[in-house]
Design a protein around this ligand. Structure first.
Ligand code: ADP
Ligand code: ZN
Length: 721
């Protein structure tokens, strides 16, 4: 037998399927979608079996595979097919498309393996022939009620007796697979749905088979309860479900709600799990022990059969797009492909859908469902504070209105969330005398001052430098910090409210495993009065006692040079505002800004998604941006700045010659021009129909494939440039 094996050639962007012979003794174990170990030059590599060939090329001198790694396929028929579709859609290598679907333990690799974890148990040999002493009798008594006894339990009685009993064949050892993850919570009774929620569920149930729904529901309208209702119905039909959430380690409350409803039918896949834990969750899914998968982006590849529904919560989140490595897929696109395969529905949900999704819903491509009211019928009152006026009156970063309002809430023992979308102490450090700013030598981006560690750090590459008092440019001792970060605001808060407990939440304080969840629990238990954080605090949190949300500076996200900056700002502000007054107590929101008349802020104030949508669509139309045009971004990167630019120009010319009815912009320097000593240029292609686009891009990729001096990356529908 001859098989085709797909291997990963390290550092090369090349797909290769190589033929190998299978020795007779392994013939019966060969299946599509398993991994095998093969000789490759002087190395030994792992690869996926993609082809089983009937014909016998006896005349060809092929090498034999070394061994079979998996007993069962790890890429089933559906996933094998899906990989090919992703390759075609993203122009990535096939091997990268398969690797991205699998937990680390199951990727084709060289080196470290991740094993299953076992625990030792013993059973009793019913016809043993051995005279027992007292201790040994005590051990045997354990087996009166149970068949299997854990090693530790027996050792607690006597370790030496255990050894003796095993030696004389009285106890028979048995290795049992143990999952590193487990769930031991309580099942909580479900809530009676409101009439709005029931209406959505009924409309949904009018359809069967593949359909895409957009659930547009304001914050706190009970979307999560609707998801759980739909999943429960599928569960009763014997079908499985996938629920995607933006970044699960950031949404522990959401997972908890699902676990409280469905217990250990849930498998949770997220970045906070160890590789071993991920592997265990994966196997619980394959063995059909877990039938509901909740997870971040890559959970869309969960190896479920019989999928009944795929839900994508907070569908506006850019975390569904993989931007930093290949394949640059969007989990929403994968959801549609899988749903078509399983002939099942996809539900996208958000309080602030992307313009793309809402436009499709308006056209009828998606079915629009809506929850226009909060469960408590009470949207929070939003006030906008013009900081350019305020700055004349107050020092620091808090307006008088915000402080007054905070005092009032704290007096009533209510809690407050403050959003400041920038971590660190100050955003940049600069010389008052000559204007010199400290920049990262690798990335050419301003360094951020971190007070706790007293360092300057690059938020892109992690570069760190000590703090200087003297300006390296003019030698004056006039270094000041400008801008503001979470650490600095925390310090200011401590001086305004010295007797209040403040919890700071950002990447720096939550990077340790489990910290984020602990912080959320502590805040819910009212161990803290004020939660201050970056956009982490805007996501999915549900606290009854939070009645005030304050946004320190709404402008940070407006000032990012990106065509989506208004949309992202509207969405962030609406989401964080949505954390206030979710239960019985009336909520309030105060947004501080230097752009009080910007439409993204005005529509947020009015809770007017549709108004924002219409305004933003009119701008996108004029500027020829999505959803009116598709965008493809080509990034050209090299250590040699001149070379990168020259080649980028060549590519642009070739696109001009070959593509028609498209708009081609650039090459221009990327948003992050220099990153880790590499120079980046970008070309933007705007198009309505892809015609020969894929063909041309493929030619370009092939042309540069073996050129080590340059790398070309292509991103369709990028979430940012
Ligand atoms: P969303 O996901 O739209 O933000 P949630 O599902 O989190 O909304 O619901 C908001 C709050 O209302 C939650 O505290 C939730 O427990 C509660 N809730 C949702 N549906 C109901 C219901 N049918 N009856 C009572 N409370 C509900
Ligand atoms: Zn850097």
């Amino acid at each position: 037998m001859i098989i085709g094996v797909l291997v990963e050639l390290s550092n090369k962007n090349i797909d290769k399927i190589f033929d190998y012979k299978v020795p007779d003794k392994l013939l019966s174990k060969i299946k599509l979608g398993i991994r095998v170990e093969v000789p490759f030059g002087k190395q030994i590599l792992e690869g996926f079996v993609l082809e089983i060939k009937k014909e016998n090329k006896e005349n060809v001198k092929l090498r034999e595979i070394i061994k079979i790694i998996d007993e069962e396929e790890i890429l089933n028929k559906e996933l094998l097919l899906l990989g090919k579709e992703i390759k075609n859609k993203t122009l990535s290598t096939l091997i990268s498309c398969y690797q991205v679907m699998l937990p680390k333990a199951l990727k084709a690799k060289q080196g470290r393996t991740i094993n299953k974890k076992y625990e030792m148990y013993y059973t009793l040999n019913s016809d043993y022939n051995y005279k027992l002493n007292i201790k040994q009798k005590q051990i045997i008594k354990l087996f009166d009620k149970r068949e299997l006894i854990n090693k530790k339990e027996i050792e607690n009685i006597s370790k030496s007796s255990l050894n003796t009993l095993v030696k004389h064949n009285v106890l028979i050892p048995k290795k049992i697979e143990k999952y590193r993850t487990n769930y031991n919570g309580k099942i909580i009774k479900k809530k009676e749905l409101t009439s709005d929620q029931n209406k959505v569920v009924n409309e949904f149930n009018n359809y069967s088979g593949f359909n895409t729904f957009l659930l547009h529901g304001v914050t706190g309208s009970g979307k999560t309860e609707v998801y759980m209702e739909l999943i429960e119905k599928k569960l009763k039909e014997g079908k499985t479900s996938i629920v995607l959430v933006p970044e699960i380690s950031l949404t522990p409350q959401m997972v908890e709600r699902f676990q409280n409803r469905f217990g250990n039918k849930i498998a949770a896949l997220h970045s906070a799990l160890s590789d071993g834990e991920k592997y265990d969750e994966w196997r619980r899914i394959v063995k059909k022990e877990a039938t509901i998968v909740i997870g971040a982006r890559s959970a869309i590849f969960a190896p479920l059969n019989d999928i009944g529904i795929i839900i994508i919560d907070e569908e506006h989140s850019d975390s569904y797009k993989q931007s930093d490595s290949n394949p640059k897929y969007n989990a929403k696109d994968i959801a549609l492909l899988r749903a078509k395969f399983h002939d099942c529905p996809v539900m996208l949900g958000s309080a602030t859908p992307t313009l793309e999704s809402f436009a499709r819903a308006k056209k009828g491509v998606y079915k629009l469902l809506s929850l226009p009211n909060r469960i408590n019928k009470n949207m929070p009152l939003i006030r906008i504070i013009d900081m350019s006026e305020e700055i004349k009156e107050s020092t620091g970063h808090f307006s008088r209105s915000l402080i007054t309002s905070m005092e009032a809430k704290l007096k009533k023992k209510e809690q407050i969330i403050l959003l400041l979308n920038r971590r660190g102490y100050s955003s940049f450090v600069s010389c008052k005398n000559c204007g010199y700013t400290f920049k990262c030598p690798n990335c050419d981006i301003s360094l951020t001052y971190h007070k706790t560690s007293n360092t300057l750090r690059c938020h892109y590459c992690g570069y760190g430098d000590k703090v200087h008092n003297k300006c390296p440019e003019c030698s004056e001792e006039s270094i000041v910090d400008l801008g503001v970060g979470t650490e600095k605001v925390e310090e200011e808060l401590n001086s305004i409210f010295p007797d209040k407990k403040i919890l700071r939440m950002d990447i720096d304080t939550t990077s340790r495993k489990g910290m984020h969840k602990k912080m959320i629990e502590a805040f819910r238990n009212h161990e803290y009065d004020i939660l201050l954080g970056t956009q982490i605090v805007a996501k999915g949190l549900d606290f009854d006692n939070v009645t005030l949300v304050g946004v320190i500076n709404a402008d940070t996200s407006l000032n990012i040079p990106d065509f989506r900056s208004s949309e992202n700002t509207f969405s962030l502000l609406s989401q964080v505002a949505g954390r206030s007054g979710r239960s019985k107590k009336k909520g309030e929101v105060i947004i501080q800004t230097y752009n009080p008349n910007h439409y993204a802020i005005e529509y947020t104030k009015k809770h007017d998604y549709i108004g924002f949508y219409n305004k933003e669509m009119s701008i996108r139309k004029i500027l020829k941006y999505p959803p009116y045009f598709y965008i493809c971004y080509i990034k050209i990167s090299s250590k040699d700045n001149n070379y990168a630019y020259t080649e980028a120009l060549k590519i642009k010319k070739s696109l001009d010659r070959n593509l028609h009815n498209t708009i081609i912009l650039g090459p221009s320097t990327s948003n992050i021009f220099k990153l880790n000593k590499i120079y980046n240029y970008g070309i933007i292609i705007k198009y309505k129909k892809d015609n020969n686009l894929y063909e041309i891009l493929n030619k370009i990729l092939n042309y540069y494939q073996t050129n080590n001096k340059i790398s070309i990356s292509i991103d369709f529908n990028p979430s940012h440039f």
